[in-house]
Design a protein around this ligand. Structure first.
Ligand SMILES: NC(=O)c1ccc[n+]([C@@H]2O[C@H](COP(=O)([O-])OP(=O)(O)OC[C@H]3O[C@@H](n4cnc5c(N)ncnc54)[C@H](O)[C@@H]3O)[C@@H](O)[C@H]2O)c1
Length: 265
């Protein structure tokens, strides 16, 4: 299937690792010109993998003036931006359960990165896109944002907020032929998932601690009917599809890529 993304400029904020890195590769495989944006200097490694039609940009998503400068630089050096993906997301680094095990102050950083980061990115990129009446945004929620997961309350609530903002943005952008959607992954093999494993198993005695692979296998079989983990590359396929004209009537939606973990009716 030709997705028609050849030569278009895609920006992946959070592109240095995990899901963002896989999405950057998927856009590049479709012939898109890709800006790999992240606070990690590893953007240079990813951009080198993608080839000459890519641009590494080191920036912290919480720094709005720096995000504005990054957007201007990408437009100038790579061309008119058509697709913006934000995969940036952090956890609180603390287990929840009950929520009062965390301090109210544990919420601030998670919200600033996960929610304000998405809002900063949307503000930094939207203006030339609505002038051109063309483009898409893709944000990242989580199954945690759909079911009130107790594992990490600020993370869970921030992921719900992203769904709400996606709907707001989809309505605001629609008259300008711009779409906004979200993906809610289940359990994906990424550095973030490794952190969740470390946190979840930290208090177990060493001789009872499962390996990362054992922990994933047990958890996913318990929670998802299909019983299998998601690979980042699978998410890349959905990201490019949602950016393409094949999805031209899809906006304000949350696509669960979770093996059937969360089902709505
Ligand atoms: N991995 C999973 O199983 C899973 C499940 C559900 C939802 N998600 C969501 O998918 C998204 C991607 O997750 P992932 O597993 O690839 O995460 P990851 O930790 O592997 O990658 C996140 C990237 O964001 C970057 N980042 C963090 N803070 C930043 C900041 N302030 N400014 C700029 N960049 C910053 C990191 O450097 C990293 O490259 C996240 O929003 C996450 O909440 C992941």
């Amino acid at each position: 299937m030709d997705l028609g993304l050849h030569g278009q400029v895609a920006v992946v904020v959070g592109g240095a690792n995990g899901i963002g890195k896989a999405i950057a590769h998927s856009f590049a495989a479709e012939g898109a010109r890709v800006a790999v944006v992240d606070r990690s200097p590893d953007v240079a490694i990813v951009a080198a993998e993608l080839g000459p039609n890519s641009l590494p940009v080191v920036v912290d998503v919480t720094d709005y003036p720096a995000m504005q400068a990054a957007a201007a630089r990408i437009e100038a050096e790579l061309g008119p931006v058509a697709h913006v993906v934000v995969t940036v997301g952090i956890d609180s680094g603390k287990g929840g359960f009950p929520f009062w095990n965390l301090e109210p102050s544990d919420w601030t950083r998670v919200y600033t990165v996960n929610v304000q980061g998405v809002v900063n990115t949307a503000h930094a990129f939207y203006a030339p896109m609505i002038e051109r009446r063309h483009g898409t945004f893709l944000f990242f929620s989580s199954v945690a944002g759909l079911i009130g997961s107790q594992t990490d309350p600020p993370y869970s609530a921030s992921k719900a907020a992203i769904i709400n903002f996606t709907q707001v943005a989809a309505k605001d952008f629609a008259p300008y032929n711009i779409r906004a959607n979200a993906i809610a992954p289940g359990m994906v093999h990424t550095p973030l998932q490794r952190k969740v494993y470390t946190l979840a198993t930290a208090n177990l005695p060493e001789n009872e601690r499962p390996t990362y692979e054992e922990w994933c296998e047990t958890k996913i079989k318990r929670l998802a009917p299909l019983g299998r983990m998601v690979d980042p590359e699978e998410i890349g396929s959905y990201a490019v599809y949602l950016a393409s004209q094949h999805a031209r009537n899809v906006t304000g939606q949350v696509l669960n890529v979770d093996g059937g973990w969360v089902m709505h009716w």
